[in-house]
Design a binder for this molecule. Structure first.
Ligand code: SAM
Length: 287
C-alpha cells in the first residue's frame, strides 16, 4: 500500500507541499485517523464490485482507501485547488474518476451509468449536509448504501423517534426513504483542522420502497414541513396556516379527525404512519 494520507504527519506534509490553507467556508476538515476510515469502509460494505461516489474528497484520505477497496470511485470536489493535488497524490490509482463541481449542481446522469447501482460515502462539508442528503434521497438515485460523516446533532436528528426535541422534518424525510443507524461518535481530534463540534458516522440503507405508502409524496412532505414549521403550535393551527396547503381550518380539522389524529397535538408526537394517513386525507380534500 502507498503511504497512507490519513495521518497527522502526511496530512501536514501535503498541505505544506502544495501550500494549501484549509478553506473554512467549504467545511474543510481533513480526516487523519485510520480507525475511523476503517469504520466508514466497513459500514459501507465496500467491495471491488462497487462504484462509490465520494462527495468532497479534500486531499484524498478517504479516497485513497476507497480506491483500494472499491471497483471504481468518482470524486466530486468543489474546491478548484484540490483536483490537481488529488491527481498527483493518487496518481497510482487508475480507478478514480475526478469531477470538479458543486455536488448540489452536478448532473448525476453523467456519473451513473444506465442500470448501475452506486454507494455514496463521504466526510461531508457540514454547512450543506441536509441539502446534500435530501437531494440524494429525493432524486431517486440508484443508491443502496450511504455512509456519511456529519455533525453529531444532525445524525441524532436523522435517527430520532417521535416525541423528542430532535424529531422533525429531517428525521421523517430520512426515515421515509431509508433505515438510519449511527455507527460511531467521532471526536474533533481526528481532523485537521479540528471542528468545533462532535461528529458521527451515519449509515443510511435505502428501503426498497418508502416506509409508508402515500397517495402523493409531494403533499406528504408539505404536511410534514408545515407540521414542524412552528414547533410550539398545534397541528390544527400549523396546518391551517400553511400557505402550501390550500385548505380551511374546518377542512384541516376534518382531515385530522378522519385520520384519527387529535388536532391539539404537536407534530413531534406523530409517527411516520400518522403523517402518511393525514397527508392522504389532505390530498383527497385538495383534489
Ligand atoms: N474527504 C476529505 C477527508 O475526509 O479528509 C475532506 C472532507 S471535508 C469535511 C469536506 C470536503 O467537501 C472539502 O474537500 C470541501 O472542499 C468539499 N466541498 C465543500 N462544499 C462542496 C460542494 N458544494 N460540492 C463538492 N464538494 C464540496
Amino acid at each position: 500500500m502507498e503511504k497512507v494520507i490519513s495521518t497527522p504527519g502526511k496530512t501536514r506534509e501535503i498541505l505544506q507541499k502544495f501550500n494549501l490553507q484549509p478553506n473554512k467556508a467549504l467545511g474543510q476538515n481533513f480526516l487523519i485517523d485510520n480507525n475511523i476510515l476503517n469504520k466508514i469502509i466497513k459500514a459501507g460494505e465496500v467491495t471491488k464490485k462497487d462504484h462509490v461516489i465520494e462527495i468532497g474528497p479534500g486531499i484524498g484520505s478517504l479516497t485513497q482507501r476507497l480506491a483500494e477497496m472499491a471497483g471504481k470511485v468518482t470524486v466530486i470536489e468543489k474546491d478548484r485547488r484540490l483536483i490537481p493535488v488529488l491527481k498527483e497524490i493518487l496518481h497510482m490509482y487508475d480507478n478514480i474518476n475526478y469531477i470538479e463541481d458543486d455536488v448540489l449542481k452536478v448532473d448525476w446522469s453523467k456519473i451513473i451509468g444506465p442500470g448501475e447501482k452506486i454507494k455514496v460515502i463521504a466526510n461531508l462539508p457540514y454547512y450543506i449536509t441536509t441539502p446534500i442528503i435530501m437531494g440524494l434521497l429525493e432524486n431517486c438515485l440508484p443508491v443502496d448504501i450511504m455512509v456519511f460523516m456529519v455533525q453529531k446533532e444532525v445524525a441524532e436528528r436523522m435517527v430520532a423517534e417521535p416525541g423528542g426535541k430532535d424529531y422533525g422534518a429531517l428525521s421523517i424525510a430520512v426515515q421515509f426513504y431509508s433505515k438510519a443507524e449511527i455507527v460511531a461518535i467521532v471526536p474533533p481530534t481526528v481532523f485537521i483542522p479540528r471542528p468545533k463540534v462532535n461528529s458521527a458516522i451515519i449509515k443510511l440503507t435505502r428501503l426498497e420502497k418508502p416506509a409508508v405508502d402515500v397517495l402523493s409524496e409531494e403533499i406528504f412532505f408539505k404536511v410534514v414541513k408545515a407540521s414542524f414549521q412552528q414547533r410550539r403550535k398545534t397541528l390544527g393551527n400549523s396546518l391551517s396556516r400553511s400557505s402550501e396547503l390550500p385548505l380551511s381550518k374546518v377542512e384541516i380539522k376534518e382531515a385530522l379527525k378522519v385520520a384519527g389524529i387529535d388536532p391539539s397535538l404537536r407534530g413531534e408526537k406523530l409517527r411516520i404512519e400518522d403523517f402518511g394517513r393525514l397527508s392522504d386525507e389532505i390530498y383527497q380534500r385538495i383534489q
